[in-house]
Design a protein around this ligand. Structure first.
Ligand SMILES: CC(C)(COP(=O)(O)OP(=O)(O)OC[C@H]1O[C@@H](n2cnc3c(N)ncnc32)[C@H](O)[C@@H]1OP(=O)(O)O)[C@@H](O)C(=O)NCCC(=O)NCCS
Length: 196
């Protein structure tokens, strides 16, 4: 018999500090909180208010869209702390773009994002067979830049003054990662738990 108070035991990708799992409907209200949070919105591309209904619609679509694979990031004691995904997958070119939000801000800067990203990259390269992963970051978002660089992404270019945030224009930094560049970092990470 199911117990409504029992926390999710679903694990899709098992990491060292986190697990990644598909969302359930009960997660929608927490995700709505995160995507509306002013401090989080400041760091990502969202600008408009998101209603719970919009998030429910998003949730109902993600399960059937294999070109956008989105997973929840959960601590080992089953606390949902964020979202991470591979988006705009092109199955012919075998490329995709990653994005992430750790919505629980107490968990920023403690290695949870790096662990989640390394597990997601392992899935992207070694299960889905993707060839290259891209990501973009607004130039002031040093934490996001840093964790991507640690995971092996290299800066490929800057879209000059491409973003408007904090009352001024900012460059958007485009990054890319090939499996061959990521593999030695993954081997090291599996052995030592460190990416650098
Ligand atoms: C970006 C994000 C997913 C990274 O996850 P995280 O768990 O915070 O990152 P980690 O702790 O694994 O790694 C962050 C790295 O940046 C470093 N860092 C933290 N704050 C920093 C700062 N202000 N300047 C430079 N480096 C910083 C950390 O020291 C760490 O590097 P280290 O491994 O050498 O110590 C998370 O912080 C987040 O969701 N932020 C808000 C939303 C966001 O920015 N999303 C990404 C949009 S592109």
């Amino acid at each position: 018999m199911s117990d409504n108070n029992q926390k999710s035991k679903v694990v899709f990708l098992k990491g060292k500090k986190v697990n990644l799992r598909p969302f359930s409907k009960e997660d929608v209200s927490l995700i709505t909180q995160w995507v509306n949070d002013q401090e989080i919105r400041d760091l990502v591309s969202f600008v408009f208010p998101q209603t719970e209904k919009q998030e429910e619609e998003w949730y109902s679509k993600i399960g059937s869209d294999n070109n956008n694979i989105v997973l929840g990031i959960e601590t080992k004691d089953n606390k949902l702390i964020g979202i991470m995904g591979i988006h705009q997958i092109d199955w012919v070119a075998r490329v995709g773009t990653t994005g992430a939000i750790i919505g629980e801000k107490d968990y920023w800067g403690k290695g949870y994002g790096t662990d989640a990203k390394m597990q997601l990259l392992n899935y992207a390269f070694n299960t889905l067979g993707l060839y290259k992963i891209s990501s973009s970051v607004i130039a002031f978002n040093k934490r996001s830049l840093q964790y991507s660089l640690h995971c092996g992404y290299k800066i490929e270019g800057r879209r000059k003054k491409h973003f408007f945030k904090r009352g001024r224009r900012w460059d958007l930094i485009d990054m890319g990662l090939f499996r061959a560049e990521w593999l030695p970092i993954w081997i090291k990470y599996q052995k030592t738990g460190k990416v650098h």
